[in-house]
Design a binder for this molecule. Structure first.
Ligand SMILES: Cc1cc2nc3c(=O)[nH]c(=O)nc-3n(C[C@H](O)[C@H](O)[C@H](O)COP(=O)(O)OP(=O)(O)OC[C@H]3O[C@@H](n4cnc5c(N)ncnc54)[C@H](O)[C@@H]3O)c2cc1C
Length: 245
């Protein structure tokens, strides 16, 4: 099916992230050895302790927890944005090594606003993608061996890609703050919210206030504010109540 949907899953993550972070931060403030610190992290409720450390601004401790996501059904347009996050690690499906030649039609993402226009608009978009596939095949044929690296120049921002991405918890908080915001582009906003849904239950203290700035104070966007802070808070509450189930 050439038209693809966003899919994101957690491929791997630091086990018991909050116990690890509790051990790491207690290392800074205690003369006890690692066994004793680990035992404290095992036996105590780490939530209030982590909250206190983070509240003091000692946020580097959450860098010890990292999360690896498998992401597919996203556009090259999204790729250009997400790879601006310099503290993340990426492996991305290559358009040089993975040729689209000979495919009936390459995988692509459809913007919801085009879908909302109805079946005729969806079909028009598909036809345009088909035209691009024909251009791609034409250049592949003309260029011969190793043609994918040049034929790909005609592929659109809608072309789908697949990414494996790792971020630590500190970078994730920053990412969620920017990209869960309704002012972010719709595709990366949806991805960021789904990523937050996945990590929240694993580290509910670290991510308890994760999301756009309007969850923690006034919207910084001023006149450009989406005006939907109430909706953002509702999604946040739903996430919290699912996480506690
Ligand atoms: C709504 C929105 C619209 C945008 N529009 C545009 C646009 O029109 N054009 C455009 O080019 N970009 C645009 N961007 C991208 C934006 O400018 C950032 O490149 C992107 O959001 C990554 O953010 P970052 O640099 O804070 O994060 P990361 O790269 O994830 O870095 C995290 C943090 O580490 C620190 N850091 C990382 N590297 C450095 C460094 N070299 N020096 C000092 N501190 C560092 C900073 O504190 C930074 O916030 C947009 C982003 C958003 C959310």
């Amino acid at each position: 099916m050439p038209e693809v949907q966003l899919h994101v899953e957690l491929l791997a993550y630091t086990p018991d992230p909050e116990k690890l972070i509790s051990t790491a931060s207690r290392t800074c403030y205690s003369a006890k050895d690692l066994d004793a610190l680990r035992e404290m992290a095992e036996k105590r409720d780490n939530g209030p302790y982590i909250r206190g450390v983070l509240g003091s601004g000692h946020t580097s401790v959450i860098e010890h927890a990292s999360f690896t996501f498998g992401i597919e059904g996203v556009s090259r347009t999204l790729l250009a944005q997400i790879t601006r996050h310099r503290l993340a690690s990426f492996s991305v499906q290559s358009q040089r090594y993975v040729s689209q030649e000979g495919q009936a039609l390459f995988d692509y993402c459809l913007p919801p606003r085009i879908r909302a226009l109805g079946p005729e608009a969806v079909e028009r978009f598909r036809e345009q993608m088909q035209t691009i596939q024909d251009w791609y095949d034409e250049w592949s044929h003309l260029l011969g061996e190793n043609s994918a690296e040049d034929a790909r120049f005609v592929l659109p921002g809608a072309a789908a890609t697949r990414i494996v991405m790792t971020m630590n918890a500190r970078e994730l908080l920053h990412f969620f703050s920017l990209r869960c915001c309704n002012r972010a582009q719709w595709e990366i906003c949806e991805l960021a919210n789904r990523m937050l849904d996945l990590v929240y239950p694993l580290a509910p203290t670290i991510f308890e206030n994760a999301g756009p700035s309007c969850l923690r104070g006034p919207c910084p966007e001023g006149k450009r504010s989406c005006g939907r802070a109430a909706e953002v808070r509702q999604r946040h509450e739903r996430r919290r109540s699912h996480g506690e189930e």
